[in-house]
Design a protein around this ligand. Structure first.
Ligand code: ZN
Length: 524
């Protein structure tokens, strides 16, 4: 008995790491045709979902039937199999083998050496799976053959969906994507996707990211996002692009560090997601998409960044607010708002286009010069310049906001980011900022163990930090970058204690979706 109830609470505890959240949006702006189209997109997305199960947990799906504990079942669905994605893919059910590094894209008895020695032009394709033939020899099967029936059905459904597309560019994309699924050639449809500008609905579908293949990173996993464009925010963002050259000139750095023309070959828009299926629905949920991955298309057309507004809201409600209730001083908690969180995130993206890309002393690009430290500094730059942009635009009366909300929300986010991946570039950039702000008095820790933001000091500290980062980038000074990391990139014992408080309070790590046509009220 005791053992049993212990086990129950064990799975319950695991499942509670993901906060359940309803994925909805305002669909009143959709046309009749668009509403008729959506069910077809959901069906295609469900096919992607079942194909993802096959490569992520082949042979394990039936385990679900033997699971009597409802939380164990829930965790199985969240992880698409019996391995815990928040815990290095270790099995969370008894008697389950370790997950193969290459998931089920490869035969489980295949070694890396065997694959490397094998001579086959299709073996590294993003769109082939590897199996053994009757003689036990490796063979590469294109997705279009390996999953022929399902992909043919997805193709047919996409063509039906295309019939309801009001937007000609979207129709064209859906038709080409349908073709891609049965030919394994995604170039034309990726290009068509880049050409879409005015469609209210977007549909990302197919084998896309290669993270599920941790053996080689070759094999793309099936997924789908159904998205509804947030036209208000998208228009607002377009307004700021032309202001960037002037803002670049106002950066708080010496002339030589701001001589470049600011630029970005990526288009930025805001969306609500109404469905995650397959790869993107497994484990942690993304709040931003940057596609396509095909470098040939990127060179030709640039790329698109999609910011997922309702997914951000989910994390804001279920993670950021509970964090701020514990770590932000009660007198300032009211300044933690979603509008500020979203604006900070959007301007982070815009700010990537500001600053400097090439060193001023012939060391090549900043990326080349700073090597493995580059990402931390580039992300840190975008964070701090995002806040700087908001302050500037507010002062120039080009953006309406309550700056205090942007500042306090910004600081609350620091804790969220540090907590969710101490080894990532994002987390390191946040640690540097936390320690720098503490040193400069921009934030202070009260005797009660909460944090108070000093709005005047945060402005000057932000300018100093922006200056520090941009000069390191412009000088390509890797040594200095490493020194800054050593000085500011550590979790102090007191911060450790604060982070522990969040864990003991059981604040979720991520979210899981309650989603589908039903949730949207679209079931007919
Ligand atoms: Zn970024």
């Amino acid at each position: 008995m005791a053992c049993n109830s212990n086990k129950q609470s064990h799975y319950q505890k695991l499942a509670s790491k993901y906060f359940p959240y309803k994925l909805t949006t305002d669909l009143s702006g959709l046309s009749q045709n668009q509403k008729k189209m959506l069910p077809y997109l959901f069906k295609v997305a469900d096919i992607m979902d079942s194909l993802f199960w096959e490569v992520a947990a082949d042979g394990y799906q039936s385990m679900i039937e033997s699971l009597t504990d409802k939380y164990a079942r829930e965790y199985f669905y969240i992880n698409y199999g019996p391995w815990d994605r928040l815990n290095g893919n270790k099995p969370f059910l008894p008697g389950v083998d370790n997950k193969p590094l290459g998931a089920f894209f490869y035969p489980i008895d295949m070694t890396k050496e065997e694959f490397i020695k094998w001579n086959n032009p299709l073996k590294t394709s993003n769109y082939s799976i590897i199996r053994r033939d009757d003689n036990g020899k490796l063979t590469a099967i294109p997705y279009s053959q390996a999953f022929k029936q399902q992909l043919q059905r997805a193709h047919d459904l996409l063509l039906k969906a295309a019939q309801y597309a009001d937007d000609p560019d979207f129709k064209h994309y859906l038709q080409l994507r349908a073709k891609a699924l049965i030919t394994d050639n995604y170039f034309d449809s990726d290009t068509a996707w880049m050409n879409m500008k005015h469609n209210k609905i977007d549909f990302i579908v197919g084998p896309i990211e290669t993270y599920e293949d941790q053996l080689f990173g070759y094999k793309a996993a099936f997924e789908a996002f159904i998205l509804i464009k947030d036209t208000t925010w998208s228009k607002r963002l377009q307004k700021y692009a032309p202001l960037l050259p002037q803002l670049q000139k106002e950066l708080p750095v010496p002339e030589k560090y701001k001589a470049e023309e600011p630029g970005s070959n990526s288009e930025l828009n805001a969306y609500d997601v109404i469905y995650y299926a397959g790869d993107c629905n497994a484990g942690s949920k993304t709040i931003a998409i940057n596609l396509p991955n095909d470098e040939k298309v990127q060179l030709l057309k640039g790329s698109r960044r999609l910011q997922l507004k309702n997914a951000m809201k989910a994390k804001f409600d279920s993670i950021l607010i509970p964090i701020s209730k514990i770590l932000i001083d009660p007198s300032q908690q009211k300044y933690v708002t979603f509008n500020a969180f979203f604006a900070n995130t959007m301007f982070h993206e815009v700010a990537h286009g500001l600053g400097i890309k090439n060193t001023i002393n012939g060391k090549g690009t900043c990326r080349e010069a700073l090597q493995e430290t580059y990402t931390t500094f580039e992300e840190g730059k975008a964070d701090i310049l995002g806040l700087w942009l908001i302050t500037k635009l507010y002062q120039n009366k080009q953006f309406q906001t309550n700056l205090m909300e942007n500042y306090v929300t910004f600081v609350a986010s620091i804790f969220r980011s540090i907590r969710f991946g101490a080894s990532s570039a994002h987390a390191k950039a946040n640690l540097i900022r936390y320690n720098f702000f503490m040193e400069q008095g921009a934030i202070e820790r009260t005797p009660k163990g909460t944090y108070k933001i000093n709005p005047d000091k945060i402005k000057t500290a932000s300018d100093s930090l922006a200056r520090l980062i941009i000069t390191i980038q412009g000088d390509g000074d890797k040594q200095k970058a490493q020194k800054i990391l050593e000085k500011y990139g550590n979790i102090s014992p007191i911060l450790q204690k604060d982070l522990q408080k969040l864990d003991s309070a059981g604040i979720p790590i991520d979210v899981r979706w309650i989603q589908g046509l039903n949730v949207l009220g679209l079931n007919n």
